[in-house]
Design a protein around this ligand. Structure first.
Ligand SMILES: [Zn+2]
Length: 481
């Protein structure tokens, strides 16, 4: 009720403030203030909430933000109304998903089979195919054509492997004429639980949106998730949980497609366990292969991604190295899911700032990289993510741990104390990673409560994770001083 009253007052107050044609959005407060300084007549900061702002701004101002303040992604999240914008900043969702439910590594057989058939040439072909539209800017007919064609491509792919558990649909939006594309692989045992991977199908260019090839941003991501799923089909992987593969519309103008989808899923209470975002996968700009984006993503899911790569990609032909990086406000579609309280993770092609510098120009073409080797690593990671979270039909079930389980950790004078409460499982391994994903400590434990002397460690935040014999894991960040 209080919110409603505030809202009414705000709406009446705001009625006078906007004397230009624009739209509502949320963005970082700092970006909003800088933008307001640059183009005061085109931006109204309507509400400040912690480090976020609700703004009303012109399309021109949004382009300015896109081009100047940020180097990837729109930097804001489009909101269909003032009410939606206020709701988003005032009531961030937290679904309090228990980290122990599904995040275990048990599917070695299925994963090994899948990552062995991931085909680099398929990824190259698909990137070139998407680049071939010339532009996939959301208002262009070719963008809608690309979505309709992708639907057929995915349907044909599923049909070629005789998958009767697969359907593909277009998701029509109110904020853009371009539809998103969603492939559903219905779970064989727990269809009401969803695992989502996605990337955006649209492209943009600051040099004119009729020439926006978007090869890396984000044809690479679409090609990556497509090849990951094809590998699942080729190896006859049948998921326990439902998998959805999404090609979002209109990411570049404020995450419009993903936000409408995540909002609908939230409103319908769809139980999405985890979301993986694949936006830009084919530019090898850093010494590490994968940069896990740690802002606006789930720490638990990021840790799980590190565990996946430690387990499957530590060395050999499938080796993947990783680090962490920060992106920015609304820098890609994962933020739409995070905003609705879902857990998301975003493995990015390079450390932020070292990524492909040609994106959002006519120069974002495949010939820049000339190989899809980098994206291939992301396709493997995507397959691992899907298989380990969706799990194989008929494989041994991972016992669910009580949703009341919590992990308390504390570091005092070089001693780590841990206490797992509310679980009947016995935990037998403890790991500490730094935020770059480097393993600092790996120790066996005998009780769910105890203490361990830490090695010499520099000051900072670390992730402590404990695993049980049943391979469930729980994690918690801790400050080491
Ligand atoms: Zn992108």
């Amino acid at each position: 009720m209080k919110t409603l009253l505030t809202l009414c007052l705000l709406v009446s107050f705001l009625g006078q403030a906007q004397n230009f044609e624009g739209f509502h959005a949320t963005m970082s407060l700092q970006d909003a203030k800088e933008l307001k300084k640059d183009v005061p007549a085109q931006v109204e900061i309507l509400k400040e909430y912690r480090n976020e702002a609700v703004v009303y701004m012109t399309e021109e101002a949004s382009h300015l933000l896109h081009d100047r303040v940020l180097v990837h992604g729109p930097g804001y999240i489009f909101m269909p109304s003032l009410e939606a914008a206020i709701e988003a900043v005032e009531h961030p969702r937290n679904r309090a998903r228990n980290s122990l439910l599904s995040f275990s590594i048990t599917e070695d057989v299925a994963v090994d089979a899948a990552i062995n058939v991931i085909n680099t040439q398929n990824i190259e072909n698909h990137i070139l195919e998407l680049e071939g539209y010339g532009t996939r800017y959301h208002t262009m007919a070719s963008a809608t054509q690309a979505a309709e064609d992708l639907k057929v491509k995915w349907e044909d792919m599923a049909a070629s492997y005789s998958r009767t558990d697969v359907s593909v649909r277009l998701f029509n939006h109110s904020g853009t004429g371009m539809p998103s594309v969603i492939m559903t692989i219905t779970g064989a045992e727990i269809p009401e639980e969803f695992v989502v991977v996605g990337g955006h199908l649209d492209s943009t260019s600051s040099q004119g949106n009729d020439d926006a090839p978007g090869a890396d941003d984000d044809a690479s991501g679409i090609a990556t998730i497509t090849e990951a799923v094809r590998a699942l089909f080729e190896t006859n992987f049948v998921p326990k949980r439902t998998i959805e593969v999404m090609a979002y519309a209109a990411e570049e103008i404020g995450l419009v497609g993903s936000n409408e989808i995540a909002t609908q899923y939230d409103n319908n209470n769809v139980d999405v366990i985890a979301v993986g975002q694949f936006d830009m996968t084919n530019y090898n700009g850093s010494t590490n292969d994968v940069s896990l984006i740690t802002d606006f993503t789930s720490g638990n899911l990021n840790l799980f991604m590190m565990n996946l790569m430690d387990h499957y990609n530590a060395s050999g032909e499938h080796a993947i190295t990783y680090a962490t990086s920060l992106c920015n406000y609304g820098c890609s579609d994962h933020a739409s899911w995070t905003g609705r309280g879902y857990w998301s993770t975003f493995p990015f092609e390079a450390n932020f700032g070292q990524h492909n510098g040609s994106i959002h120009t006519a120069g974002d073409v495949y010939s820049l990289s000339g190989t899809a080797v980098h994206a291939t690593k992301f396709a493997k990671l995507c397959a691992e993510f899907l298989i380990e979270i969706a799990k194989s039909e008929g494989s041994l079930g991972v016992p669910d741990v009580s949703v009341n389980t919590t992990l308390l950790v504390n570091v005092n004078q070089g001693v780590l104390q841990y206490d797992i409460q509310g679980s009947s499982q016995e935990f037998d391994a403890l790991q500490v990673h730094d935020l770059q994903g480097k393993l600092v400590l790996n120790k066996g434990i005998e009780t769910n409560q105890g203490q361990i002397a830490l090695p010499e460690m520099s000051t900072g935040i670390y992730v402590v994770s404990l695993a049980s014999a049943q391979q469930n894991s729980i994690s918690q960040k801790v400050l080491v001083k």
